[in-house]
Structures are given as C-alpha cells and as structure tokens.
Ligand binder design. Structure first.
Ligand code: NDP
Ligand code: 2IT
Length: 451
C-alpha cells in the first residue's frame, strides 16, 4: 500500500476523538504526540501498516472499580478507582497513582499514554500505566486515608505485580499512602515483593526517589541551558505547586545558585522577593507533609512575601519557569506573558501543565521548552532503579543514585536533541521526546506482530 493511502493526521485525530467522547485531556495528549509522529512516519510505511500509533493510543486495558470506605463519622463513602494499563511492549506497566477529586478516566488515560513515551525515554525496561481515584485526601484523618488505601488495594492487588504492573505515587499519593497500600498488598498476598515504588527507606524504598522528579526537572533545565551556553546560577525561577515535585525542584534550583520566587497550591500562590531558600523550603515541606496546611500560611510566617489568592504565578517576571502542580495550569495568555517578561527556559515538573496553545507560543518565541515527558522523567527513572534494587535485594547509596540520576537526565536530553535539533540550533524538545520515545516502543511492537 502506498504511504499516501494511509490516513492523515486530521483523519486520525477525528477517529481518536470519536472513539473517546468527552475525554479532552486524553485527546489533547494524543494530538500533541501525533503531530510529530505523523511527520516522522511520512516515509516509514511499516509503522503505518502496523497501525502502531493507533495501537499505542488504545490502552491495553482500563480497569475501573468501586472503592467503599467508612469515614470517621461512620458514613459509608463510595469512590471510583482505576488502573489504566496502556502499553507493556518494553517492560511491565509502570506509573503513578493519583488521588484527587479531578481524577477521571480521561485524565488517567492521558497520563498512562504520556508515561509510555516517558518511560521509553529513560532507557529502562518499563511500560506505561497510571491509576488513581476521585478521592480527596485533603482534610481526611490518617485513619480515613488508611482505610481508603486499604480498600483501593483490595481490588488493585489482583491486577499488579513486580513483573506485571508496578505503581508509585503522584498527586495526593506520597510516602504515607504508599505505606498503607504496600501493607495491604503484603497482607493480601503474603508476599514481600517490589510491587510499588516510592516506598519508605525501611522497607525497600530507594534513596533519591523522593527528590528525583524535582531534581531531575532542574537537571533537564540545566542541560537545556548549557546546550545554549548558559546555566542556572544567577537566574530567577517561578515554580508552581508546593508538593513533592515543586519543593524538590526549588531545592535544586537553590543549590545551583538560582533564586526561587514563587510556590503555589490550588488556593493561590506566594511571591517571596527575597527568594525561597533552603530553610524556607524545609518549612514548606513540613507545612505540606506533616501539618498538611495551605501555602497561604507562608506569607503569615515570612512577612516579606505576599499571597495571591486564586491566582497562578506566571505573571511574576522570571528567567526560568517550572510548572510543577497539574495539567493545563499554564495557558496561552500566561505563556505569552512569560515570554514578554523575558523567560529563557521552561521545564515541566508536572505532566502536560502547558496547554497546546501555550506550547505553540513557547515554540514560536524559540524558548527552551522541556515537556514533562522528558523533563520530569527522573522520578520514574529512579523508580526503575528501585525495582532493580528490590530484585537484587540490595540498596545503593544516595551518592551513586544521584550520579545515575544526572546521567539519566543527560541521556534523555541527548535523545531529545538527536531527534529535535532544528536548523540554526534551536531544539524542539517536544518533537525530540515524542520521536525518541515512540521509536523504541514502536520497534518492540513490530517485533511482536499483531498482538
Ligand atoms: P503532590 O500531591 O505532592 O503536590 C501537588 C501540588 O500541586 C500541590 O501543591 C497541589 O496543591 C497542587 N495541585 C494539584 N492539583 C491542582 C490543581 N488542580 N490546581 C492547582 N494546584 C494543584 O504531587 P506531586 O508533586 O507528586 O505531583 C505534581 C505534578 O508532578 C503532577 O502533575 C504529577 O503528575 C507530576 N509528576 C510527579 C512525579 C512524582 O514522582 N511525584 C513524577 C513525574 C511527574 P493542593 O494541595 O492545593 O492540591
Ligand atoms: O508521572 C510520573 O512519572 C510519576 N508519577 C512517577 C511514576 C513512577 O512510577 O515513579
């Protein structure tokens, strides 16, 4: 069959849209990838014939289940849980679990799809998956969170395993939740095995895993800057979010001599013109993980800072921007504002935080823009190393893991430049990440025939 007989991008996307009605986030994520892959596949008839992209955009399976739990007032509560197993061509399904009221099947399908490319980019043998529930941990007691996690795992445990599917944390799922879920898995199966990553250090967790996503996003940013003869030192950074990724990104920016100006949560952002140094970052970590408070409390404590209720931080002038909260948190107008204020580099700690139109603004302005699937891959990469350590029944030290993380991020940057470097030296990191991530999975799928 001639290449010209195959569907074009528009027809392909019309099919995706028709088959996934109302799933806007999933359609957005597929669209972003398909734009680059259709260009890449133009002269590669075997990918078209094998319908590779169509198969990647159809999850291997979507498991949906009821999660019942009892709150502290003895009310029976019902949530919906999911695990989306997108693709296991190159390794067991791997990807986080998100507990947030905004979780839908569309959100988890987009995340599992993105994860497939991200995990491929790491070079480690991991397929793509994602899970979660529309459960809001905010304001819940530890006992309520424990009961929810146990109930969630009472169904999930049938679908996962160290060689099948290895979940980890994401929004609303940190060390506490992983502990409760691992405990329940172990109780149900009577097996101690590396079925989750992001575990505590006492029970098989890896050094550097808590830091890996945020640190990795800054290493990726540093790689982009160095590629253009610049560095992090002396630059100001605007960061959104105040969770695991945001606080560790802030920590690494500070360690490398940059100055962090903002952090946020869903209530608004704080702006500290003096810079958010290590002591203040430690204060935020305590606020968020121990007190489980709100970022607005920062400006009550550090009185030089201001709190901007209901706002996002993108109009604060900066050299570097790191969206580290959630999807579609940086739109076209905000991208334009960042460019107008002279932003040099954008590195996405979050998954798909910039809208498609926002990405276009960055590209048109030739801003260094590292998409989440490349920039935040350090987290899942160290998860992959946690799996290796669990299999070997050994623990590596943080120095070794820190070096491996910097090497992994450099490797991902190299793959992006290999496929994304344009005439004149500008690197289209989206294209580079999409093509490099696609190629490995696609070639594995070709090897398997029609399955
Ligand atoms: P956390 O739960 O630790 O923190 C999430 C942060 O984002 C909180 O400050 C939260 O504020 C904020 N946030 C969440 N949802 C929204 C929203 N709808 N609007 C505004 N703010 C919001 O999660 P992580 O730090 O782990 O995850 C942050 C991002 O990084 C996500 O996109 C995740 O997918 C991505 N990521 C995480 C990895 C990891 O290893 N943890 C790996 C790779 C990517 P609030 O408390 O008000 O909800
Ligand atoms: O989006 C992500 O890469 C994560 N939430 C981490 C996944 C993992 O398996 O560590």
């Amino acid at each position: 069959m001639a290449v010209s007989d195959h569907v074009d991008l528009e027809t392909f996307m019309a099919g995706v849209t028709k088959r996934n009605p109302g799933q806007t986030e999933f359609i957005q994520a597929v669209h972003e990838v398909a734009q680059d892959i259709f260009e890449f596949m133009q002269d590669k008839v075997h990918y078209h014939e094998a319908q590779i992209l169509r198969r990647m955009a159809e999850p291997d399976r979507v498991i949906s289940f009821r999660v019942c739990w009892e709150d502290d007032n003895h009310n029976i509560r019902v949530q919906r849980g999911w695990r989306v197993q997108n693709n296991n061509a190159i390794g067991p399904y791997k990807g986080g679990i998100r507990f947030h009221p905004s979780v839908t099947e569309s959100v988890l399908k987009f995340l599992a799809f993105e994860q497939t490319f991200k995990n491929s980019l790491t070079g480690l043998p991991m397929g793509g998956g994602k899970g979660g529930a529309n459960f809001n941990p905010r304001g819940k007691s530890d006992a309520e969170v424990m009961r929810f996690c146990q109930s969630f795992m009472s169904e999930l445990y049938r679908h996962i395993g160290p060689n099948t599917d290895v979940p980890a944390g994401d929004i609303g799922v940190g060390g506490r939740e992983i502990g409760y879920m691992f405990g329940q898995y172990k109780r149900l199966t009577n097996r101690w095995e590396g079925v989750l990553t992001g575990k505590g250090q006492e029970y098989g967790g890896s050094q550097m895993r808590p830091e890996a996503t945020g640190y990795g996003a800054v290493y990726f940013l540093r790689n982009m800057l160095r590629h253009r003869g610049m560095d992090v030192e002396g630059h100001t950074a605007v960061i959104s979010g105040s969770g695991n990724v945001a606080t560790h990104a802030a920590e690494k920016i500070t360690q490398l001599g940059g100055k962090v100006l903002t952090m946020s949560d869903s209530g608004g952002f704080i702006h500290d013109p003096d810079g958010i140094d290590q002591e203040k970052i430690d204060w935020i970590k305590h606020l968020k993980t121990v007190k489980r408070g709100r970022i607005s409390e920062y400006s009550d404590h550090f009185t030089n800072a201001s709190f901007h209720e209901g706002k996002r931080p993108w109009d604060v002038p900066c050299d570097l921007a790191l969206p580290c909260a959630t999807q579609n948190e940086l739109n076209e107008d905000e991208a334009r504002e960042l460019v107008a204020n002279g932003v040099k580099g954008v590195s996405e700690g979050a998954n798909m935080p910039t809208t498609l139109q926002g990405v276009k603004i960055f590209h048109d302005a030739k801003i260094m823009y590292g998409p989440g699937k490349a920039a935040n891959a350090g987290g899942v990469a160290v998860s992959g190393l946690e799996m290796s350590q669990n299999s070997e029944r050994i623990s590596w030290n943080s120095e070794r893991l820190g070096e491996m993380l910097t090497d992994l991020m450099e490797g991902i940057h190299g793959k992006c430049t290999e496929y994304g470097e344009q005439e004149g030296g500008y690197v289209d990191y989206v294209k580079g990440a999409n093509i490099a991530g696609f190629k490995k999975v696609a070639d594995a799928m070709l090897a398997f025939g029609v399955v």
